[in-house]
Design a protein around this ligand. Structure first.
Ligand code: SF4
Length: 318
């Protein structure tokens, strides 16, 4: 049994597509720029959760992204003491097939299931069924959980050093864009607490900061050092504008590096009401001065106000 190395994997290929046959790994085509006609971006992203886990534990990891079934069983047959699977909810059929195989071939292996697939799994099945397939259903931030499980120090900062690049382009320019964009996660969770949002349940209405403003800019500089042509970073956070101090400090730090000011920008996230508040307090120019070049904006439907949601009541998205 392999006890000095962990196997981290996504569900096996082929992964199910989303409604309208959209690809799960095409975050812009299926979601962020969906419906923008010829300007919709076709893109690909990686399973960053596993990369972040692998970078932040002392134990070496073998990492598989959407492996073919044969590649997956080849690794499982080596009998790892621990296998972690990070999955989307639509993956659960495949996840259970994989768990069944692991239980059969390597019954001593402890199986961990994380990400929003774990949340759906936990909500769907009773305790007995859960135990049949999975030993640890990991909800919330996973690095701390895994470090604790491995008996490692949990106080070290979380690193995301030069993760695999994602790529995107309008389909009329390139249907298969190469990886040219960096990717970082500055924080998980959102204090907004909207009752329809999976994040609310996953992180219990709290924000968990993964990168401070200094760490964030250091990580961008590291990308730049290794990839001279990299000009954009995709930065995951539920709502950057809910954290104005984080943005202000990022702006101060960003403006000290003229290479970043001239050559790099990042895509952030915001809900329309908090973008509005930020602009009212700091001015619209303060947004690009943080280095942010594009924002994915959360806008509720025009009927949301009737149900008690207030985003569009406080700000006019137009
Ligand atoms: S503001 Fe957005 S991210 Fe935050 S809880 Fe509401 S829907 Fe979720």
């Amino acid at each position: 049994m392999i006890t000095n190395r962990i196997l981290l994997t996504t569900p096996c290929y082929p992964y199910p597509s989303l409604p309208a046959n959209d690809s799960l790994t095409d975050a812009t085509g299926q979601r962020f720029t969906h419906g923008d006609d010829i300007f919709s971006l076709v893109s690909h992203t990686h399973c960053y959760a596993n990369h972040i886990l692998a970078q932040n534990i002392n134990m070496p990891a073998t990492l598989l992204e959407y492996p073919r079934w044969n590649n997956f069983i080849e690794e499982v047959d080596k009998e790892y003491a621990m296998i972690g699977i990070s999955a989307f909810p639509v993956h659960l059929d495949m996840v259970m097939k994989m768990c069944t195989y692991i239980r059969e071939k390597s019954p001593e292996t402890k199986i961990l299931l994380g990400s929003y697939g774990a949340q759906a799994f936990a909500a769907q099945y009773d305790e007995e069924t859960k135990k049949k397939y999975v030993d640890h259903v990991v909800l919330g931030e996973g690095v701390k959980f895994l470090r604790e499980l491995l008996g490692e120090d949990t106080d070290r900062p979380i690193q995301q050093k030069v993760m695999p690049k994602c790529g995107g382009a309008p389909a009329f320019i390139n249907k298969y864009p190469k990886g040219g964009l960096g990717f970082l996660v500055t924080g998980l969770g959102c204090p907004g607490g909207c009752d329809f949002c999976a994040t609310t349940e996953m992180y219990k209405k709290k924000r968990i900061e993964l990168l401070s403003p200094d760490d964030f800019v250091n990580h961008v500089e590291l990308y730049r050092k290794h990839f001279k042509n990299l000009s954009s970073i995709f930065v995951i956070e539920e709502d950057h504008f809910r954290h104005p101090r984080w943005l202000t400090k990022t702006k101060e730090r960003w403006e000290k590096n003229m290479d970043l000011v001239k050559n790099v920008d990042w895509t952030g996230f915001g809900s329309v009401d908090f973008i509005w508040h930020y602009a009212e307090n700091y001015g619209w120019d303060a947004i690009p001065e943080t280095g942010m070049g594009a924002v994915f904006i959360g806008v509720e439907s025009k009927f949301a106000g009737e149900h008690g949601y207030r985003k569009v009541r406080e700000a006019d998205a137009r």
